[in-house]
Design a protein around this ligand. Structure first.
Ligand code: SF4
Ligand code: SF4
Length: 178
């Protein structure tokens, strides 16, 4: 075992302020260099070429519909029970009649994209195949996805309630839109 002596810090180093300023100078140096030559920037904030995502990538949720456009979901609660983040909230109008979700919400701020909800569903009523992985919003409310949006994610009137308009970013790979 080799014992390494802790190096003695100089007074200027112990004050930290000098070291902090030194670090800031280095950072500012890089900022100025990149501003002078943006093409040479090592970090590209908005890459033009996007990476292909693996086939198993999970996207945004959607609720599947039956032929008559009603939700395939029967509000059995299996997905909500399986969800480790407890972010699925379902309400059935009347448990004594055929079950349908009166309310079906997913709080995307809590979702960890584990896919357990999809695996738990016996009716293939929920999928995670909408090609969006950059999910963002200006308000917390806009990130609680409601049944109408989950069932009709392309409806412009409904989508307008969710801001900002979510970019479709899968332009390559198995989930890419044509
Ligand atoms: S992906 Fe996971 S965390 Fe998100 S809603 Fe489904 S079960 Fe819950
Ligand atoms: S598991 Fe499927 S059918 Fe059951 S509540 Fe969830 S989405 Fe609906």
């Amino acid at each position: 075992m080799k014992v390494v002596e802790r190096p003695e810090m100089k007074t200027t180093e112990r004050l930290y302020i000098g070291e902090v300023l030194k670090g800031l100078f280095v950072t500012m140096g890089h900022v100025l260099k990149n501003l002078r030559n943006p093409q040479g920037m090592p970090v590209v904030f908005f890459p033009e070429q996007q990476k292909d995502l693996p086939p198993a990538t999970r996207g945004r949720h959607r609720l599947m519909k039956r032929e008559d456009e009603s939700p395939r979901c029967t509000a059995c609660m299996l997905c909500a029970t399986a969800c480790p983040a407890e972010c699925i909230h379902i309400k059935s109008p009347d448990p004594n009649i055929e079950k349908l979700p009166e309310k079906f919400e997913i709080d995307m701020l809590r979702c960890v994209f584990c896919g357990f909800c999809v695996d738990a569903c016996p009716l293939d009523a929920i999928r995670m195949d909408i090609p969006e992985i950059a999910i963002a919003g200006y308000t917390r409310e806009s990130l609680v996805y409601k049944k109408e949006f989950l069932m009709d994610h392309d409806n412009k009137d409904i989508v307008a309630d969710y801001n900002p308009p979510r970019p479709v970013i899968w332009t390559h790979g198995p989930h890419a839109k044509p």
